[in-house]
Design a protein around this ligand. Structure first.
Ligand code: ADP
Length: 268
């Protein structure tokens, strides 16, 4: 089943996460109060890594679902499948998490079909229960069950919005690109690259982020800078690494690619 490829339980290694504020405190208090949590922010700002880290710190199993436009409530809740001569019910990841007390992380929840939002509705208020219409059953959530969702705010073109009535059901944490010192530290930790190059990459990232007039749909994320650092670390020339890992993924416009290449070549 397709959904299984998008589902993973956390393993034993502590994920590396550099806190940029009080997000871990917010997480633990939100968990203690059995509230759902919404992580807002552009792609590559550490939302998913934070969830992996927080789940690990609190010793809670985690199921991550990357939502896309085909993700439906059936994918999350479960379905009947034919097994030999029988029809058997298979719990989906949401039902498993609700029953067993796992964290369910719905990455990019706004991208999913509207019935997903309807399905999680009664889990995001005082009821904390899941209604399975195909079984005619209502399940009370395990006391350790937690729902976390992420989304890209609407100021980024091409992303779907989350309705205010949905957003208001969650405690919300905002994620932004880290400050220069923190971002360099993350790049060094993730790749093993030297401080000098990490700082230069951060500089390039900041420069491109400030070029708002280019109208890029998405700008340079920490993830792209990490990719460039990885390529440089494994021997690709610096300028070439920046071009293929940072600039080319951002745009297909040849003039903009040239302008960004010229700008970044001055910095590395
Ligand atoms: P998002 O879920 O916001 O799209 P991710 O959590 O996947 O972003 O982050 C992308 C990559 O950037 C991660 O794999 C990690 O390498 C790095 N990263 C970003 N922010 C941090 C952070 N605060 N601490 C550690 N790694 C980070």
């Amino acid at each position: 089943m397709e959904i299984l490829t998008e589902t993973k339980l956390s393993n034993n290694k502590t994920p590396y996460y550099k806190a940029t504020g009080k997000e871990l405190d917010v997480f633990t208090k939100t968990f203690e109060n059995k509230l759902p949590l919404l992580l807002k922010g552009p792609t590559g700002t550490g939302k998913s890594r934070f969830v992996e880290f927080a789940a690990h710190q609190c010793n809670l199993p985690l199921i991550t679902i990357s939502c896309h436009e085909e993700t439906s409530s059936t994918d999350l809740i479960g379905r009947y499948i034919i097994k030999g001569a029988e029809t058997v019910w298979i719990d989906g990841p949401l039902t498993i998490a609700v029953k067993k007390g796992y964290i369910l992380y719905l990455d990019e929840v706004a991208e999913a079909r509207p019935d997903v939002i309807v399905a999680i509705h009664s889990l995001t208020d005082h009821r904390r229960e899941l209604y399975i219409d195909k079984l005619g059953e209502t399940i009370k959530a395990h006391e350790k069950f937690m729902l976390i969702a992420s989304f890209n705010p609407g100021y980024q073109k091409g992303y779907k919005e989350l309705k205010p009535s949905t957003r208001q059901r969650f405690v919300a944490l905002s994620f932004q690109y880290p400050d220069a010192k923190t971002e360099a530290e993350i790049i060094i930790n993730e790749t093993g690259i030297g401080e000098d190059i990490a700082k230069k990459l951060v500089n390039i990232g900041q420069k491109i982020r400030n070029l708002r007039e280019l109208g890029l749909t998405e700008t340079v994320s920490t993830r792209l800078l990490i990719d460039a650092a990885k390529l440089i670390f494994s021997g690709l020339p610096k300028r070439h690494a920046v071009k293929v890992a940072v600039i080319e993924p951002l745009t297909d416009d040849l003039d903009i690619i040239q302008a960004l290449t010229d700008t970044s070549n001055l910095l590395i």
